[in-house]
Design a protein around this ligand. Sequence first.
Ligand code: SF4
Ligand code: SF4
Length: 359
Amino acid sequence: MSQSQPGMSVGELFVAWRRILSGRAPMLSIEITRECPLSCPGCYAYGDSHLGGEKKLTELSDLRGDALVAGVLGLVKKHRPFHVSLVGGEPMIRHRELSQILPALSQQNFFTMVVTSGIIPIPMEWMGLRRNRVAVSIDGLPEHHNPRRKPATYDHILENIRGREVNIHWTITGPMMKRPGYFEEYLAFWQARPEVKRIWVSLYTPQQGEHTPEMLTIEERQRVARELPGLREAYPKLLMNPGIGQALLEPPKNPQECLFSKMSTNFSADLTTRVEPCIFGGTPDCSQCGCVASSGLHHVQRRKVGGLLSIGHLVRGSTAIGSLMNRLRSGSVNPSRWNLTPRVSPAAGLVQIGPGGSD
Ligand code: SF4
Ligand code: SF4
């Protein structure tokens, strides 16, 4: 899944803000299927705690065919977000349904993003859709990516994106930090591909209490923040700047401080179960969050509006107004976390997840 929508402009944030004032989260993320042909080590979507511990993604009843198309369009109609992420499992398992959903959402002017492992060819006709992006998760150079994500190996991905336009989403894990020159090698490869429009970077985000080799040390995070922004000039497709680099060093302390968490509503494959407190589900360790969307928003939230309030203050105040608006009308749709304190990690039974999350 490894999803994100980095790089929101201030203008887009204002559109999002209007949604919040009316009691609606501006971003909607939907795990449209519980299925995936990959079995990446430690994928968070299939972790026991992803949906809060009562049930697992594999135990949900998911939909397909016309029921899925109607279900997704119905959710979007109800929540009226600004941006819709369609994830999984592997969402391309439902590419026929997506070929109906995406044009319908495009026609209604929604921004959409499909986040995929690249295991299934991306339909060429999607390339003509307004406001739609496809993001392909490519976790490192072939030495790391191929064993983890087989059969979605470099060869298959290159075949399946040929002639299309995609964004690359790179989750940096601990093993990638061990070899000098790794960043440049990765960026040089994907910068040169004509299919690639943008390269987004996230750092591996662990769950609370996790200790796995995929996690980055503080020194490694500092190296990413120091080195990656400087590579933007040589690799202009890289979405990174010193502010985002700095934000990666100072992630939100908990979901209540996380603008991304406040601005998104996330549903799992039955289109009813919510994924909380953010797309990772479970009990993510916010202090080590490396989600590029969260970092990007955490970065812009310090910007002042009219020289007075910061965007962060504005959004937090607005969620209170949005909650009030919801109470004044029936059928509340806002995320429950607009009102609640964060979930605490269970003392035991944590799932040790590995790299990358899910596609
Ligand atoms: S892990 Fe925490 S900081 Fe990161 S996106 Fe989720 S809620 Fe926000
Ligand atoms: S990380 Fe994504 S591609 Fe891998 S098993 Fe999980 S859902 Fe599938």
